[in-house]
Design a protein around this ligand. Sequence first.
Ligand SMILES: Cc1cc2nc3c(=O)[nH]c(=O)nc-3n(C[C@H](O)[C@H](O)[C@H](O)COP(=O)(O)OP(=O)(O)OC[C@H]3O[C@@H](n4cnc5c(N)ncnc54)[C@H](O)[C@@H]3O)c2cc1C
Length: 355
Amino acid sequence: MKNKNFEFLITGGGIAGLMMAFHLRKAGKSFLVIDNKLAQSSSKIAAGMFNPISGKRMSVNWKAEELLAQLHKDFIEMESLLGANYLVHANILQAFGNVKESNDFMARLDFPAFKQYVDADTMKTCALRNEFGIFEVIGSGWVKTAEWINAFQTFLENEGCFIQDQFKWDEILKAEENWQWKDYQFENIISCEGYQYDQNPYFNWLPFKLCKGQVLLIDCKGLNEKYILKRGVYLVHQYDTIYKVGASYEWDFEDAEPNAAGKETLIEKVKQMIELPFEVIDHLAGIRPTTRDRAAILGQHPTVSNLYIFNGLGTKGMLQAPFLAAHLSKYILEKETLYKDVDLKRFYQFYANGH
Ligand SMILES: Cc1cc2nc3c(=O)[nH]c(=O)nc-3n(C[C@H](O)[C@H](O)[C@H](O)COP(=O)(O)OP(=O)(O)OC[C@H]3O[C@@H](n4cnc5c(N)ncnc54)[C@H](O)[C@@H]3O)c2cc1C
């Protein structure tokens, strides 16, 4: 008979939920992941890039060194568990869009924290239009996210800790200390529902500011590039002559579907980036769970002590999820203090105001 009593229920099996499952499994905890296997979840359409330098101002990411270290450590273990490789080491070759960008970059080289991640004198040549010069980002790469998600979900399913289902919050009962759903019992719940957080009555008060993104898959036969190319958008080699192009950042949107305007914008950006002919073979869209202050959200519900959240990974799910899942796991299991920047407590006032 199947075990139906678990220490943890994880609602949502995207990057957040699966990294959480990975860390609970390592800690020897029992858990069940419920995921509806939405075909175009943010996690599945993401390019899965990790880049320690981000934004127009090219700042070094919060805790970049620790985030990168945990990502590499976890994927070495994950790959041995699943028997396949998902993490691709690929530095980014990035072209400046204008003289100002190039000057700003040169000024930032005075900061050792920034300088350690870039090579300003790269001798690499590439297909990028680069009239203002290029630089290389060291230590970047990407994870074959959709492949990893499918493989890890199947692995967990075989271990009896994953089911495909639509979890409905009005079907769960709080029975004394535990949660009861259908004929399952859980001691705790960790909510990892991405942009669908608003379906969860316990966390729908959080100040998310969602951001839609569209990507293309293109076939560019003349391009032979294993580096990630970036100028406005990125081009990431997938297989053969197929590349992923992305992404758009849409803060006002009506639905989660790919649309003609998004496609045209991305096509134009590719034309500004490379001079080679290409053919669009697919076009996808997803919604990033971005927060008002652009930082992730982890922690304990303000009034329900056995309910947690791991969400708000925004534009950088792959870089952040391994470190933050390990962090939340230690917070729950070992009472480690959460970093203030990501602690749900910073938003408790919204709960107080709304309840
Ligand atoms: C176009 C685009 C490109 C991106 N590129 C990158 C990139 O290169 N690098 C990077 O690091 N990040 C990238 N991101 C961001 C990244 O995708 C997100 O940060 C990350 O995927 C968020 O993961 P998540 O698990 O929190 O949410 P999601 O991916 O939304 O996963 C949540 C899962 O839970 C399921 N779910 C939700 N509610 C329920 C329920 N009630 N019952 C059952 N299942 C449920 C959902 O269907 C989904 O499967 C990109 C995003 C987009 C849109």
